[in-house]
Design a protein around this ligand. Sequence first.
Ligand code: XUL
Ligand code: CO
Length: 436
Amino acid sequence: MTYFPHIEKIKYEGKESTNPFAFRHYNPEEEVLGKPMKDHMRFAIAYWHSFVNEGNDPFGKGVNQRTWLTEDPMETAKNRVEAAFEFFEKLGVEYFCFHDMDVAPFGNSLAEFFANLDEIVDLIEQKMQETGIKLLWNTADRHTNPIYVNGAASSNNADVYAVSAAQVKKGIDISKRLGGKNFVFWGGREGYETLLNTDMPFEEENIARLYKMAIDYSNEIGHGELTFLLEPKPKEPMKHQYDFDAATSMAFLQKYGLTDRFKLNLEANHATLAGHTFEHEMAVARSYNALGSLDANQGDMLLGWDTDEFPTDLYTVTLAMYEVLENGGLEPGGINFDAKVRRTSFEMDDLFLAHIAGMDTFARGLKAAARLKEERFFDQIKEERYASYQEGIGLEIINDQTDLKKLSEYALNHNDVENKSSHIEYVKAKLNDYIY
Ligand code: XUL
Ligand code: CO
């Protein structure tokens, strides 16, 4: 059985290729800065967008043509595994990510859900062994089930808290079984609508409690190498999300002593929804040594929600890949396409075209970022800009050899403060030469 009969394994054919089903820039084995492209990227496919999403929106039903859909949810789930692994192999992507709810139907009870999961995870495990494809991360979907209407670990209802904990336990068990290296917590409904009825510190403390239990459990079952990733997002579905952005998430992790085992999974569209650039969020994470993994996509600046488009904006992607290089790579994290085809791209083949577009964009971004790094483009600009700290009073400041009295004395004797122009327009024009 094949789900993509017309598609052969996608190959790199070079810039001049006119074959839509070929990479023009992503050449997995090509070395960039001494490392194969594929190892810089560690691309992953998001199960939910590519194999579950039906192409519905608030105004219309699903339009996606998906030949794995049947009347029977378990049969559909099994078909999806087949289709997904055929897709991963043909695209040449070595990792995938999933929510528990993506891969198996819930059925009528938590126990039934877990039994369904066991059956499907058997299949996934078998496919992983056959193909060598690996799990980048899995996660527990604690937002879809109606019981999470008031949150999961932040719920006012302790029974809901327990269900959420059970899903996390099961998720960690699955991670161990499938050799997962990361486990994501995206606090979908961990937030609130109004303070009129919300005890914010109480809810946050409860969330932290669950994370501590997750760490303890992973140790207990001998899966202590697992990296937990908190994924910030500012709004949607909740008005006030507890993990608003990278800085807020780091404050939370520090407050509750979770930084040893937690890093961040940063998503481009979540960054822009928070009023930041993707590279800003990555730079913040890096400053805490907490850049764990990326969810690659892009938003639409004219829309205020999480559109999860495939990343094609070379400018942003270049700056993001520069941060990846500065981070020394992402391993054990990677770049997960948390992106969905537009509703008008409803054919099966569009899944390939969309991922190829994203992968080629990242390949170009990586190459441009490598040139920027090799030629020390940003380093030179910054060295010049902060040169006043390399000598005299500046050097004393950064060596902690001054105090307010000494600085005051110095300032009173220096009336001729001079600033330098940034020439930022010239910098941007030169940056364009690297990117395009
Ligand atoms: C939602 C989102 C999630 C997480 C995993 O906006 O990004 O899919 O990546 O739960
Ligand atoms: Co995401």
